[in-house]
Design a protein around this ligand. Structure first.
Ligand code: NIG
Ligand code: FE
Length: 409
């Protein structure tokens, strides 16, 4: 067995430990270890502490010269980076005044990407995922959730989920697949919700048989599925042991109540959530996930993140990277900008893209730097962690480590 590896010293090491999963962190000082080091063995964290104290003849050393800040690798708990084509035309039309829903009704929107994704081979989708995850990884994101949802038939959803599984085997980042077969009613079913019966009967068992995903998602919206239409889909998914997550309250409310009813792990979007939904979410165990990339892509309101935290809710922040509503895909930029508009402290922004985002994926082995967790961390070339959100994503990582290995420098 190799000797444990000591990495450091870091001017500031932020383990993000001993912080609550829920509620405001406005007045919380982030725990900081000055001149910190991380001891890694077999891809996991063995010890965190002052670098000099961790030195011993029993460890190898990866000594770092200079001023650096180290944080847990970021977790992006909501993306759609498996897709074909581009929606640059939608973006231009929207900016010229057409609404997202008008574009969808006129034949653009999600269905356009479904058409392009169906045309792509599984291999082409896999390459697209790998290219996009490499950029996310270089920006410090070591775990990336990836949804299906642009196939919208049993075979096409399977093609997407297999592409995600194959890409996961090849990239250094961890890709967490989610089945979003209920992204919209497929046009080839003429709006018939019997489509979902076929998904339940054929797709869910196939996903289990090939171990393609543990998570099931649905878009609850006037343009997609109503709370009543989605009941059986979520009931069956739960019965089969899938974790539930919901696209909720993006334009109209209803989705977050579905999330609470089905014990979802997370409810994502929430731009339209009112005081009522904020209070209900805060009382529940559902992680509320803000997607500022969709607000920026659509020119819409931000998720009421400040209200969610002040009400006692758990707030994760994710990129929603997708070709339609959120083409930018830069998590740190978006989380920093959400912080300026929603008045979030650095602790709240960083918690939202580390341990609170890991909780949104039901993962307890990452998001904090502590004994036994994956040795996933991101290193920034600065001596003060406040520089990170201050530069709104333009201060790029100087190194990223995944499972105890430096994957990018
Ligand atoms: O999370 N809201 C629904 N789904 C995606 C948009 C997908 C698309 O426009 O292609 C979202 O924003
Ligand atoms: Fe989404």
């Amino acid at each position: 067995m190799d000797k444990p590896l000591l990495i450091g010293p870091f001017s500031q090491l932020l383990p993000m430990t001993n912080l609550p999963l829920k509620g405001s962190l406005k007045d919380v000082d982030l725990p900081i270890i000055e001149n910190g080091g991380i001891l890694v063995s077999e891809g996991k964290i063995k010890k965190i502490g002052v670098y000099e104290d961790l030195k011993s003849p029993d460890v190898d050393v990866h000594h770092i010269e200079g001023q650096y800040v180290c944080l847990p690798g970021f977790v992006d708990s909501h993306t759609h980076i498996c897709f074909g084509g581009s929606r640059a035309r939608d973006y231009a039309l929207r900016n010229a005044g057409a609404s997202y829903l008008e574009i969808a009704k006129a034949g653009g929107g999600i269905w356009d990407t479904v058409t392009q994704t169906r045309k792509a081979s599984q291999k082409q989708l896999e390459v697209g995922i790998m290219d996009r995850s490499m950029i996310h990884l270089q920006n410090g994101t070591t775990t990336i959730e990836v949804k299906s949802g642009y196939g919208l038939s049993v075979d096409e959803e399977l093609k997407m989920l297999r592409a995600i599984k194959n890409a996961n085997a090849k990239t250094s980042a961890d890709l967490v697949a989610t089945c979003l077969a209920a992204h919209m009613k497929p046009k080839d079913w003429n709006g018939d919700v019997a489509y979902l019966d076929e998904i339940i009967a054929k797709l869910f068992p196939a996903i289990k048989a090939e171990n393609l995903s543990q998570r099931v998602d649905a878009f609850i919206e006037e343009s997609a599925f109503s709370p009543a239409e989605i009941e059986t889909y979520f009931e069956k998914a739960k019965e089969m042991g899938f974790d539930i997550t919901v696209h909720a309250d993006q334009f109209t409310t209803g989705g977050s109540e579905v999330a609470i009813k089905f014990g979802a792990i997370s409810a994502d979007h929430l731009e339209a959530s009112t005081e009522k939904e904020v209070q209900l979410l805060a009382k529940s165990n559902v992680i509320a996930t803000a997607l500022p990339g969709a607000s920026l892509g659509l020119g819409c309101a931000y998720t009421p993140a400040r209200e969610i935290l002040d009400a006692g809710g758990a707030l994760a922040i994710a990129s929603d990277h997708n070709p339609g509503s959120a083409p930018m895909g830069d998590l740190l930029t978006q989380a920093s900008i959400l912080g300026t508009f929603e008045k979030l402290s650095n602790a709240e922004v960083l918690a939202g893209i580390t341990f609170r985002a890991a909780a949104a994926l039901n993962l307890s082995d990452r998001g904090t730097l502590e004994l036994g967790n994956l040795a996933d961390f991101v290193v920034f070339p600065t001596d003060n962690y406040q520089e990170i959100t201050y530069h709104q994503g333009q201060l790029k990582p100087s190194a990223v480590w995944k499972n105890g290995k430096q994957v990018f420098e």
